[in-house]
Write a protein that binds this ligand. Structure first.
Ligand code: PMM
Length: 411
């Protein structure tokens, strides 16, 4: 056959819809006009899903292999069967948990774990209550603004021991669009001197009290100390941001539970030594969720954070942003803090913290595209504007844009 011409080929205008936003495939199916009858077919064939599973007993691996094969999927497993990759259409993976209930309690639990991971990956999290505020993740990526009431912040924006300056900064961040204002009184920069609880309290309490009274957005307290968290919650904070994810101060979980506060559990470690950094970060965040549950903190109040820059090399940080979607398997809102971090400096030829805005914006957009629900940043105005544009592509064009008149030829 003579090779077809461009015109012949062009007639069919073949376009791959995957990878791409799931909605594009759905819209294309609905546009065929056969109504919602097309949707089950999409679930059957539209998209291959993959779930990684660890910690399997040999018999569990055999059961999921058999059941998933019956549903039209496939299991790839390690030699001793403790780790597996579950592959198949969404419909097969979605039906697998029900099949696993028939085999007994252990496989039923495994089925529930698979179900939770699919639910987390497939939809935005439900709103999180924080005091009288509600954090709503469906409409846009939320922004947490940073107030470092410290003299030695790495990011160069610390307000020293001047509570009025910290309050002014917090108010300015809220004005610039912050959805949460996060107040911290202890620097987390590498090799910074530890701060006594009294010093930290003297720095943060007046700031938290004033901001909680003045702002229409929730105030969070960034601390690893239960005593500081308790006092800040008394002073009006409604979220605790613990960079050790309840794993440092044994009183922290009780402090959060008693106040009914919302909680950010961040991943942290003593040393940057990992096998698979993303897998291990998820495992440690699950430990934090277990500690929270044991203390009576409702799962629905918890946000997870991979802790960029904490016991991580630049390569680890980039891997975490690249594979952020895997954290959605925790079925909780995901917060990411890339702001002015040293990985950006390393990529930009040693740029100091005050020259890392563009890098921060890039990481915020990529984090949003890869599944972040919130970002924690110093440059709230710039990041909010940037995310407004990014979210319009990622999440859908806002109503007011759809209503605009047609532009001229160069519009
Ligand atoms: N980073 C810093 C401090 N606290 N909290 C959370 N949840 N996530 C982070 O990435 C994070 C944090 C680093 O110092 P900074 O306050 O100057 O950003």
């Amino acid at each position: 056959m003579t090779p077809p011409s461009e015109a012949e080929l062009g007639r069919y205008n073949v376009r791959p819809l995957t990878p791409g936003p799931e909605s594009a495939l759905r819209e294309a199916a609905l546009a065929l006009g056969s109504g919602t009858t097309a949707l089950p077919a999409l679930a059957r064939h539209g998209r291959a899903e993959a779930l990684a599973v660890a910690g399997l007993a040999a018999d569990e691996c055999r059961v999921i292999t058999r059941e998933l094969r019956r549903l039209g999927g496939e299991v790839l497993s390690s030699a001793d069967g403790d780790r597996a990759l579950l592959l198949g259409p969404l419909s097969a993976l979605g039906e697998l948990p029900a099949r696993l209930t028939e085999w007994g309690r252990r496989t039923e639990v495994l089925g529930a774990a698979l179900h939770a991971a699919l639910a987390g990956r497939g939809s935005r999290p439900a709103p999180v209550a924080a005091g009288r505020h509600v954090l709503e993740f469906h409409r846009r990526t939320l922004v947490m603004g940073v107030v470092n009431a410290t003299p030695d912040s790495f990011s160069g924006d610390g307000t020293g021991d001047d509570p009025a300056a910290a309050v002014a900064l917090g108010a300015a961040l809220a004005e610039a669009g912050a959805d949460i204002v996060d107040v911290g009184g202890e620097s987390t920069r590498p090799n910074s001197a530890p701060v006594a609880a009294e010093v930290e309290l003297a720095r943060v309490l007046p700031v938290v009290r004033e901001l909680a009274a003045r702002l229409d957005v929730p105030v969070s307290i960034d601390t690893r100390k239960a005593a500081v968290a308790r006092a800040a919650l008394d002073a009006g904070a409604v979220i605790v941001n613990d960079i050790w994810g309840l794993r440092r101060d044994p009183e922290m979980a009780a402090a959060v539970a008693e106040a009914g506060a919302a909680l950010v559990v961040m991943h942290n470690a003593a040393k940057p030594e990992y096998g698979d950094v993303v897998e291990e970060v998820c495992a440690v965040l699950r430990e934090s969720l277990a500690l929270a549950e044991a203390a009576g903190i409702e799962r629905e109040r918890i946000v997870v954070d991979p802790g960029l820059g904490f016991a991580k090399t630049p390569a680890h940080n980039l891997e975490l942003v690249r594979r952020l979607g895997e954290l959605r398997g925790l079925d909780r809102p995901v917060l990411v803090g890339p702001s002015r971090k040293s990985t950006i400096g390393a990529l930009l030829g040693g740029a100091p913290p005050d020259r890392r805005l563009e890098g921060t914006l890039a990481l915020c957009v990529l984090a949003a595209a890869n599944g972040a629900d919130l970002v924690r940043v110093h440059d709230v105005a710039e990041v909010s504007l940037c995310l407004r544009v990014a979210d319009a592509v990622l999440r859908g064009t806002p109503e007011e844009i759809l209503a605009l008149p047609r532009p001229g030829p160069t519009g």
